[in-house]
Design a protein around this ligand. Structure first.
Ligand code: PLP
Length: 494
């Protein structure tokens, strides 16, 4: 598989790169990203041939179709990491909600959110490629809560990789914060900043622009890389489970081979949805992809009207913080795929300069031929959580947004809802929905939910509250660079 730039070429960056180049150096000309030039297609025979395949076998079959330039041996090791999920034989269970609605649970990995689906194998691949090139990398990430823990977990003690993770203090759940600050591996640095996710991202951007920072890193011969959701090394693993969920419906004999299904995706940076887009493009029988948002409904507006408008919006804090995003980075790959480089460059320029672009009618029709969109308020989300808990299913607030989406869908078709986090990650919201409690923190809520639902708080989560904290306090913005460089110095010496 070859990759090309979404915004055309500036004569400096490479215009066409392999998979491994695209994941090690994801930045392309004019602020664009690398996107596949073309994507393989499959037929119903392929689906039939995979009916008995394990998740790992399916992953390898698809990776082979993509012809990525990574040794088969490394790919094998990467997909072996799904053995860390609750049930290695089926890391992504499909659970029935009603005759027409099934939930594909993407959160059974080590950090209990869907980020593990991609970051687990991606971490190993990146580290192995770095080792083959004999190059040290520093990965900078800013997180609103789920990416941070998953990135730390996948890179802990991996060769040739250091991670510095910025998170907004007070902007995450207790569980998410503890997952990060109790990380003890010495190649990981966690920095809490005073502010929200946007401030964390701004701090990261200013680091990337700092010449003293890049000079200090090159003096140590350390290159910068990124593990954020535009990295194609993550997207590729988000195509696989779209196939898996479909195959699960086949295995459970709920559909016939070739029968079209709807997918419902709680969306933020549009990585999960992009995986669905490519799966559909490859030939997976998907009728429509339903994009679920919270009240930060910029994607709903984009799909329903062709207008992407940041100019009149401010970010609103909601109960589904992983979807509190206005500039949804992977949308750019949809523009590129449907409208080409020049148009993508023009549209992204308008967005950067004016905070706004409007697709024409023909383009909007093309988007609407694939996607539908809706948004769900916190109050509505609470009602879905409570209603489905009453019927025996416990879901997190991100997943809940998809139930609004299901109500709008054609129910002649089978609907797959993607569940992106375990209840344990957003306990206070769920406690309020099912018990009416306004608790003082995650631990109280976890215990209250466990009592009501007659289940145990998983050990993995409970243990977080007694683990020693390794990364303490709030770091002043002015000190972030010095702290990361001190961490790098120390790790180079050891
Ligand atoms: C990251 C995340 C999302 C959004 O996924 P995107 O790929 O960014 O659209 C939704 N829910 C949860 C729980 C997440 O962690």
């Amino acid at each position: 598989m070859l990759f090309t730039e979404t915004r055309g070429n500036d004569g400096i960056h490479a215009g066409s790169v392999s998979f491994s180049d695209a994941i090690l150096s994801p930045v392309a000309s004019f602020g664009g990203i690398y996107s596949p030039r073309n994507i393989p297609s499959v037929d119903t025979q392929f689906l039939s041939s995979q009916i008995d395949a394990s998740y790992k076998a399916l992953s390898l079959a698809l990776l082979e179709l993509f012809q990525v330039d990574v040794d088969t041996d490394i790919l094998k090791q990467a997909v072996e990491l799904y053995d860390r999920f609750d049930n290695p034989d089926n890391p992504v269970p499909l659970v029935k909600i009603s005759d027409r609605v099934y939930i594909s649970e993407l959160y059974h990995g080590p950090t209990r959110a869907f980020k593990d689906m991609a970051l687990q194998p991606f971490g190993l691949i990146l580290s192995e490629l770095a080792r083959q090139q004999n190059q040290q990398y520093l990965i900078l990430t800013a997180t609103s809560g789920d990416t941070g823990p998953a990135a730390l977990e996948t890179f802990r003690q991996r060769d040739n990789i250091r991670v510095a993770c910025l998170y907004p203090c007070g902007g995450t759940s207790d569980v998410q914060r503890l997952q990060m600050v109790t990380e003890s591996a010495d190649n990981l640095k966690v920095i809490g900043i005073d502010g929200n996710f946007d401030d964390a991202q701004a701090a990261l951007k200013s680091l990337l622009a700092s010449s003293s920072f890049s000079k200090a890193l090159s003096a140590h011969n350390i290159a910068l890389s990124a593990a954020n959701s535009v990295n194609f090394g993550r997207i590729i693993f988000q195509i696989i489970y779209q196939f898996h969920s479909y195959l699960e419906l086949l295995r459970q004999q709920k559909i016939e081979v070739g029968e079209e299904v709807n997918l419902h995706i709680p969306s933020g940076n549009f990585g999960n949805a992009l995986g669905a887009f490519y799966a559909k493009k490859m030939g997976l029988p998907v009728a429509r992809i339903y994009i679920a948002s919270n009240v930060n409904n910029v994607l709903t507006e984009w799909i329903n009207s062709g207008k992407y408008d940041l100019s009149s919006r401010r970010l609103i804090t909601t109960n589904s913080p992983a979807m509190d995003i206005l500039k949804s980075s992977n949308v750019e790959r949809i523009l590129f795929d449907l409208f080409g480089q020049q148009r993508t460059r023009d549209l992204m320029k308008q967005l950067d300069e004016n905070g706004f672009y409007q697709l024409n009618n023909e383009e909007t029709d093309q988007i609407q031929a694939i996607f539908s969109a809706s948004f769900c308020s916190d109050e509505e989300g609470q009602q879905y959580i409570s209603k489905h808990f009453g019927r025996g299913y416990l879901m997190d607030p991100h997943t809940a947004t998809c139930f609004k989406s299901c109500e709008l869908a054609d129910d002649q078709k089978m609907n797959i809802v993607y569940s992106t986090a375990e209840w344990t990650k957003f306990a206070p919201t769920i406690d309020l929905a099912i018990n009416g409690n306004r608790s003082s923190g995650d631990l109280e809520s976890l215990n209250a939910i466990a009592r009501t639902a007659n289940i145990d708080v998983p050990d993995l989560i409970e243990e977080l509250f007694s683990k020693p904290v390794c990364h303490d306090g709030i770091v002043d913005k002015a000190d972030i660079e010095a702290q990361i460089l001190a961490f790098v110095d120390k790790s180079v010496q050891s």
